[in-house]
Design a protein around this ligand. Structure first.
Ligand code: AMP
Ligand code: ZN
Length: 433
């Protein structure tokens, strides 16, 4: 079983926690150098900390705090030590910006290198990084990690799908990184061009940046005949390299020497018991330019609570697939649901193609939920009874999952808009007049 940094990845829990306490104290001390935290930490005495969970006496940091202290309000180093700025892809409100020193970039790359090697990818692989470069962290984050590992990188970025396919073919790409929605679209284009996605040299895919279901992962694995690994991160916590799946694929290992994890009730902020689903709250433990204390990620997941016994040998905690962001939650006819629940059901049906959309409307003052689903027409040969049966089956399966009866609308592949970045799955017009 390959490791990038075996010592730290397999560190026994007591040593890992000891390291966390030390780094937490250093981080709190460092934070006092920033305008924002100097005030926040007035009543905190980190010298008394003996356990990582002593972090809980510190107030949360939120995205609004980052916005309110735009631009350098959380920075702890002189400006000349900053070598990079990134930004979150959030589309509402003011962008949140994150700064890095040279050492921050080095630490981030090390974490990403661990993730890459953990999946079985290695130096001899040809790595096509099919994700946005620039302010978004996905491109440069994986790029630097892959360079550390020594892979041959094709920094193809996102878009120009035919060229992506050409590059894969000409340079025998073996590993890719992409959003799950875009890589499914790439396979549609391959098929359209008369190519078989299985005939390429691909063997491993890294997918992340947006919620996706286990069914979607399996679908990508089947289409390309490869092994696909879930990658979790966010710009506020560097970007990719926060948590990633190992070859066991039973949750994503979150690097606890760099990130201190708590799971809280998103409404009350109260700590939840291990294994309960809630909002991830993360403290950075090795960041210089812009450390964050108890950052409310807005992402919902749970800790895989089996005593850190992953058979890969790593002791770092594992988290479940991300269900969505707290603010992705839809309330339909009074029922709380997440788009990922609907996706999970859809992707179980082989007739369903790679794209779907959820439409929420208010009809005669009642909520109405429509799921628009692209289908593979070749599955039907004009047999309308089969189509009707599929509609009934999908409606029932979704209703069983979310307790709301949807209306299903079938479409041909390619009918729905595609996004090259994060997919936009929900159109909610209920607030409009
Ligand atoms: P950004 O800061 O623009 O990179 O966006 C980060 C956000 O993307 C996270 O807070 C998550 O909501 C989402 N995200 C990233 N990776 C994943 C993943 N593997 N699964 C689900 N959501 C993800
Ligand atoms: Zn593992």
């Amino acid at each position: 079983m390959p490791f990038w940094n075996k010592k730290i990845e397999t560190l026994p829990r007591d040593e890992l926690e000891e390291l966390q306490v030390k780094r937490l104290k250093d981080t709190v001390a460092r934070c006092r150098k920033s305008r924002f935290y100097r005030k926040r930490l007035k009543d905190v005495d980190e010298s008394l900390f003996t356990s990582p969970m002593d972090v809980s006496i510190i107030p949360f940091t939120t995205k609004d705090d980052l916005r309110a202290n735009y631009d350098f309000g959380l920075v702890t180093v002189p400006k000349e030590e900053i070598v990079r700025m990134h930004s979150s892809s959030g589309t509402t409100g003011k962008a949140t910006v994150i700064f890095h020193t040279r050492k921050d970039i080095e630490t981030w790359s090390e974490l990403v290198a661990r993730c890459i090697v953990m999946t079985g990818a290695c130096k001899t692989d040809v790595f096509q990084n099919i994700i946005s470069y620039g302010m978004f962290t996905g491109g440069l984050g994986l790029h630097y990690g892959a360079e550390k590992v020594g892979m041959l990188i094709i920094p193809s970025g996102v878009g120009n799908t035919k060229r992506q396919i050409q590059l894969m073919k000409d340079f025998n790409t073996t590993v890719f990184h992409a959003t799950p929605s875009y890589i499914l679209y790439v396979s549609d284009v391959m098929v359209h061009e008369g190519l078989d996605p299985k005939e390429f040299d691909l063997r491993i895919g890294f997918v992340g940046a947006e919620p996706h279901s286990e069914q979607t992962r399996q679908r990508i694995e089947d289409i390309y005949d490869i092994s696909v690994f879930n990658s979790y991160g966010m710009s506020e916590l560097n970007g990719p390299g926060v948590a990633f799946e190992c070859e066991e694929k039973s949750g994503m290992h979150l690097w606890e020497d760099s990130y201190l994890l708590e799971v809280v009730d998103p409404n009350t902020g109260e700590a939840l018991a291990p294994g309960e689903e809630g909002e991830l709250v993360v403290t950075t433990l090795s960041r210089e330019a812009m450390p964050l204390l108890r950052y409310r990620t807005g992402d919902l997941a749970r800790i895989i609570d089996d005593g850190d016994k992953c058979s890969c040998g790593r002791r770092h905690v594992r988290i479940s697939r991300i269900k969505g962001r707290c603010d992705d939650m839809l309330i339909v006819k009074g029922v709380n649901l997440y788009p990922s629940q609907i996706e999970d059901v859809l992707m179980r049906f082989p007739e369903v193609a790679t794209n779907y959309q959820i439409i929420l409307e208010r009809v005669s003052s009642l909520d109405s939920l429509t799921v628009r689903v692209e289908l593979y027409p070749k599955m039907f040969n004009g047999d309308l009874r089969k189509l009707k049966k599929l509609e009934v089956d999908i409606t029932k399966s979704i209703q069983d999952e979310i307790a709301v009866r949807p209306r299903i609308e079938f479409l041909e592949p390619g009918s729905l808009p595609r996004s090259e970045g994060k997919a936009v799955r929900v159109v909610d017009t209920r607030g409009e007049i």
